[in-house]
Design a protein around this ligand. Structure first.
Ligand SMILES: Nc1ncnc2c1ncn2[C@@H]1O[C@H](COP(=O)(O)OP(=O)(O)O)[C@@H](O)[C@H]1O
Ligand SMILES: [Mg+2]
Length: 235
């Protein structure tokens, strides 16, 4: 469904990605793991059209998208839940969700999607009128994911959904990620520093180090890889 090939991206003189290649089949949860500064966020921002690659291509549903503007990529069904959640903190939960549906025209479909989002995250329905900035970190993450779902994506990219969230809610959010994949067949690219969790919910994983893929394989194999365990899973 998505193929990234030989992606090179730099910020001025700093090379953030030096030839990143991976592919994600339809219906899968694939994870990209790596430490701080490895290039995970840069990869997602490039796929979303927020950064332009110096070299390489991004192909989504057999179409080259690396030269498309970000809004055109979203409208093709590829949504990005950014690192740090980035909800509109002065708007209510309801208004945040409405923003996620800004490209949708069919009112009945919007209502249907809203009902689906509430079925996944009942807490969002309970807090509909609450201002997003006063939600807990975990609730804001739910809202960020819910807002992305309002755009009816076929492909969802999640940038470190576990970051800065209470452990109790992390488990919930990962269960929901699996539920979204299973119930709606949404393909998911999950970016995580938390390799343990990411390998638990994904079927295939790529390991990124200083802008390069240094290892890849089925998640249940990588979980037992001694080198990976030593570096990312605390031995
Ligand atoms: N806006 C920026 N300006 C300059 N360098 C950046 C910027 N954003 C990221 N970088 C650098 O690019 C590299 C990859 O960063 P990033 O993609 O954010 O990694 P990760 O998400 O894996 O932590 C790092 O060396 C980082 O310092
Ligand atoms: Mg990052």
């Amino acid at each position: 469904m998505l193929a990234v090939s030989d992606l090179h991206v730099s910020y001025g003189a700093i090379n953030a990605l030096s030839g990143v290649t991976f592919r994600i089949p339809k219906g899968a949860i694939v994870t990209l793991i790596g430490g701080n500064g490895a290039g995970k966020t840069t990869t997602l921002r490039t796929i979303s059209g927020l950064l332009r690659p110096k070299r390489g291509t991004v192909t989504f549903k057999d179409e080259g998208i690396s030269n498309l503007p970000a809004h055109a990529i979203v409208s093709r069904g590829l949504c990005h839940v950014p690192e740090g959640r980035m909800v509109f903190s002065n708007l209510s939960v309801e208004e945040n969700l409405a923003m996620g549906a800004y490209l949708q025209r069919d009112r009945a479909r919007i209502a249907e999607t809203r009902a689906y989002v509430f079925s996944v995250f009942p807490r969002l329905q309970e807090r509909l009128r609450q201002v997003a900035g006063t939600l807990s970190g975990g609730e804001q993450q739910m809202l960020a994911i819910g807002r992305a779902l309002m755009g009816n994506p076929s492909f969802l990219m999640l940038d470190e959904p576990s970051l800065g969230i209470a452990p109790r809610l992390i488990a919930t959010i990962f269960e929901k990620i699996v539920e979204i994949n299973r119930s709606h067949g949404i393909t998911i690219l999950l970016v995580e520093q938390n390799a343990n969790l990411a390998l638990e919910v994904s079927s295939y994983a790529y390991v990124l180090e200083t802008g390069r893929v240094v290892m890849e394989g089925p998640s249940d194999q990588l979980k037992h890889d001694p080198q990976l365990r030593a570096t990312y899973l605390g031995g």
